[in-house]
Design a protein around this ligand. Structure first.
Ligand code: MRU
Length: 372
């Protein structure tokens, strides 16, 4: 997507120096646009863990490129030493964040590709570099297709409303910043807006790290999409008063049975949507499906992050990004980063292959090759 008229992805290989991976350091948004260089696996691991990059698809793409960095820095004397080093780095990357399945998926895809390649360091290195690019390109393309499919739903609602504005609520940031390009929840919104359909987005602020207020709102400003940032507790009230036509969120891990792990607070929005007959959609590329898990509430690992993220809040003051204490210093805080929305609360899953019911039948109908 464009930043000040120039096209950016969220991650890329530095021009003229392919041992450097560049990312947008999202900790500084919405106020500063900072590009960071990553040259070691430790730097890549910190970038994921401390959320310089975040969001399921982008975490996956970063892990893909992280494996490229691992391979470039690995010992080259023997294939065994090379592979041992690359595998250890893969395990280090997987350990950074537990909920987004794309992380493990990308590392495993890289390892499988390397194992399958010809038995020389050069061949394995080449395959890892190619696969890193493939993962990133595929993520961008899948998100673009999600936009095409999801746009049809918005168009239908718009027709039913005789062209009046379609009000869409979204939670967290499942925008282009959470992927390589386009985003998932936002991709249908951008597609509809670009087609001239009137849309307005209710942007949940999404405490504690405010990915909605900082990142989704920044994206909406950048693309010119009408939007209002709301406190996390407002959605239910808006739905009761007919001010939300649909909800679209992203997801960090969705079981093949349709249970959706996503940013904390998503479940409450889904409950309110059900109670008010508001269709609740989840948009995801197939890399976010967990093909093994059946029961999301029981099985999806929920990341717990540092209490300081709840106790402190960051923002711009006198041109500088500052952090201030919100709570009494002595208060404990709990920081559950994700929750699970059961399939029964979800109207549909918007994927790169089309839209399906949130159920094993629906998901496996679109991805029959995953049938065991
Ligand atoms: O903790 P984050 O910012 O990595 O959370 C992930 C998310 O961006 C959301 O849960 C999002 O809705 C999932 S779609 C990438």
């Amino acid at each position: 997507m464009k930043v000040d008229g120039k096209h950016f992805r969220t991650i890329w290989v530095k021009e003229g120096n392919d041992s450097v991976i560049q990312i947008i350091d999202q900790r500084h948004l919405a106020h500063k646009f900072v590009i960071e260089d990553l040259t070691t696996v430790d730097e890549v691991a910190i970038a994921i863990k401390d959320m310089h990059v975040r969001g399921a698809g982008l975490i996956g793409a970063t892990a893909g490129y992280g494996m490229q960095v691992a391979a470039m820095n690995a010992p080259k004397d023997s294939v065994e030493d090379f592979m041992t080093s690359v595998k250890a780095d893969g395990a280090k990357l997987i350990a950074t964040r537990p909920t987004a399945v794309n992380l493990e998926w990308a590392v495993n895809r890289q390892l499988e590709a390397a194992e399958a390649a010809e038995n020389s360091v050069e061949a394995k290195l080449k395959v890892i570099r190619d696969t890193a690019k493939e993962i990133a390109d595929e993520d961008a393309e899948f998100c673009r297709r999600i936009g095409e499919h999801g746009c049809k739903i918005i168009e239908e609602i718009s027709k039913k409303k005789n062209g009046e504005t379609v009000n869409i609520l979204t939670h967290c940031n499942a925008g282009w910043l959470a992927f390589v390009d386009y985003g998932t929840a936002t991709s249908p919104i951008y597609a509809a807006f670009d087609k001239g359909i009137k849309v307005h987005v209710w942007v949940d602020e999404t405490r504690p790290r405010n990915q909605g207020a900082r990142l989704t709102a920044w994206e909406m400003v950048g693309h010119g999409v009408p939007h209002s940032v709301i406190a996390d507790n407002v959605g239910g009230h808006l739905m009761q008063h007919g001010l939300v036509d649909m909800v679209i969120t992203g997801t960090d891990r969705t079981t093949y049975t349709g249970d959706v792990g996503n940013k904390i607070g998503t479940y409450l929005k889904a409950l309110a949507a059900k109670d008010n007959n508001v269709p609740f959609y989840v948009a995801l590329p197939s890399s976010t499906f967990d093909w093994k898990m059946q029961d999301g509430v029981k099985e999806i690992p929920i990341e717990q992050r540092d209490a300081t993220e709840v106790k402190y809040i960051r923002g711009l003051h006198d041109g500088e990004i500052k952090e201030v204490l919100l709570t009494p210093e002595k208060s404990n805080a709990a920081n559950y980063a994700f929750d699970v929305t059961p399939a029964r609360l979800i109207k549909g899953l918007i994927t790169e292959r089309g839209i399906c019911e949130a159920s094993a039948e629906g998901v496996l109908g679109l991805y029959p090759e995953k049938h065991k």
